[in-house]
Design a protein around this ligand. Structure first.
Ligand code: ADP
Ligand code: MG
Length: 239
């Protein structure tokens, strides 16, 4: 059974329909990448899955259960955005611990989880710093750490590398791939308009165009057998 099932999902903003009948199954533990040009609906689709936006029609299910009406906090999901949105007056430790405050964990448990996540992300030396004392790459790792400590079943990433310079983009991309391997069974859904990111990170890629799915497949399938010139052009294959 799919962990996440999108069944004929539609989303309109007023008269503008931006998601136009998307159906897709995502397996537990899968690294699924949504690619497509700017404005095709990638961020909107992530926001629908997270519950930050209401679905206009169609059914979204997690583990076979319709969650259309579930609040974001009830979905077991953590989202990492392109702008890291850290609290400027809180230290790295406090930023990472903040998401756990309401979870009923003891202070010791919170501390242990933050330290573990900081270790995974090479942030241990920086726990007492403020965000402005960090580089862009370190800040984005704090944002990822803040998601990790909440122990989500599903991670959503919306272009998390786009504010980083080229070298940091590569380093952080490798970090995210490593993270996925080390968090066995954690599903990641990752939005990008960058072909290289899509090809190197994905178990499967979903190519979106104007709010519909053009093709879904492994990077190799899309490269070798693109079903349209659009997909071929996007993936960089010679069709
Ligand atoms: P992408 O992330 O692929 O660049 P988006 O999902 O952000 O695309 O946007 C898809 C389309 O939906 C765009 O035309 C955008 O202008 C429109 N859109 C997104 N959010 C809103 C909103 N809150 N209100 C009105 N239109 C929106
Ligand atoms: Mg977007």
């Amino acid at each position: 059974m799919a962990q996440i099932r999108l069944d004929n999902i539609r989303k309109s903003f007023g008269a503008l329909e931006v998601i136009r009948g998307v159906s897709l199954d995502i397996r537990k533990g899968e690294f699924m990448v949504f690619v497509g040009p700017s404005g095709c609906g990638k961020s909107t689709l992530l926001r629908l899955i997270s519950g930050l936006e209401d679905i206009t029609s169609g059914t979204l299910s997690f583990d076979g259960e319709a969650v259309n009406r579930y609040a974001p906090s009830k979905r077991g999901i953590a989202m990492v955005f392109q702008s890291y949105a850290l609290y400027p007056h809180m230290t790295v430790f406090e930023n990472m611990a903040f998401g756990m405050k309401l979870s009923g964990r003891t202070q010791e448990e919170c501390k242990a989880r933050v330290e573990q996540a900081a270790g995974m992300l090479q942030l241990s030396p920086y726990l007492e710093r403020l965000p402005r004392q960090l580089s862009g790459g370190q800040r984005q790792r704090v944002a990822i750490g803040r998601a990790i400590v909440r122990d989500p079943k599903v991670f959503l990433f919306d272009e998390p590398l786009s504010n980083l310079d080229a070298a940091l983009r590569v380093a952080t991309r490798l970090e995210i791939a490593k993270l996925h391997r080390s968090m066995h069974g954690t599903t990641m859904i990752y939005v990008t308009h960058d072909q290289v990111e899509a090809m190197t990170l994905a178990d499967r890629i979903c190519v979106l165009r104007d709010g519909v799915v053009e093709q879904v497949g492994t990077p190799l399938e899309l490269y070798e057998t693109p079903n349209s010139v659009f997909v071929a052009g996007f993936i960089g294959s010679p069709k």
